[in-house]
Write a protein that binds this ligand. Structure first.
Ligand code: PGA
Length: 237
């Protein structure tokens, strides 16, 4: 799954979407793109009828009303989105999204028929303080409380904050350790089959070793999703 973040233009996206669509058959699994809101219609028009699905990077907890600047889950469903990122670390850090708000966003997305991709991850200081398990647990708990049926319809992305956009990928073993922890919590809540993506400086050169880990089911890819060939090489891995 690509996460374009706040990158793109109509002209640049046209090339990127065409390139990814043309090479999508190389993928060994599902391929999806989470694009900025203004480009959802462009993604729909370029990708409809292909194997590549699309989604957004955030969603309002509210259904409709006086919430200037917000975008509702039903609007995303209207644009045929399959996915929406909930609680990306950049939104937690820069927009004050709490884990309760993130879980509420996931519930709103599920109610509209979208698949939320709930992002969790520790900061470098959490890791240095040996606090990873507690931090991930605190982020996951409100989501786990949604119950087994809801959990079976969402995706979790583990993205250590210190690995995002830094070129500093978690080692496959570091990532697997946290994925196993998340898997254990999901299993305890009757949802052991949930897909868990790894994110944080994923590139074609490290994708295969990450995907070889038992509990890593895919990747959430930022920077490398902006170059069709690099993204497709990850998808092929
Ligand atoms: P990155 O971003 O691949 O550029 O590190 C990942 C993400 O933030 O989803």
């Amino acid at each position: 799954m690509g996460n374009w973040k706040m990158h793109g233009s109509l002209a640049a996206n046209a090339d990127l979407l065409a390139g990814i669509k043309a090479g999508a058959a190389r993928a060994t699994g599902e391929v999806a793109l989470c694009v900025p809101f203004p480009y959802l219609e462009q993604a729909r028009s370029a990708l409809s009828g292909s194997a590549v699905t699309w989604g957004a990077q955030d969603v309002s907890v509210h259904a409709q009303g006086a919430y200037t600047g917000e975008v509702s889950a039903s609007m995303l469903a209207d644009l045929a989105c399959s996915w929406v990122l909930c609680g990306h670390s950049e939104r937690r850090a820069m927009h004050g999204e709490s884990s309760d708000v993130v879980a509420a966003k996931a519930a709103t997305a599920l109610a509209a028929g979208l698949t939320p991709v709930v992002c969790v991850g520790e900061t470098l200081s959490d890791r240095e303080a040996d606090d990873v398990e507690r931090v991930i647990g605190d982020q996951l708990n409100p989501v786990l409380a949604l119950g087994a049926e809801a959990l079976s319809r969402l995706v979790i992305a583990y993205e250590p904050v210190w690995a995002i956009g830094t070129g500093r990928t978690a080692t496959p073993e570091q990532a697997q350790t946290v994925h196993a922890l998340i898997r254990r919590s999901l299993t305890e809540h009757g949802a052991g089959q949930v897909r868990i993506l790894y994110g944080g400086s994923v590139k074609a050169s490290n994708a295969a070793s990450l995907f070889a880990q038992a509990d890593i089911d895919g990747a959430l890819v930022g920077g490398a999703s902006l170059v069709a060939e690099e993204f497709l090489n990850i998808a092929a891995a």
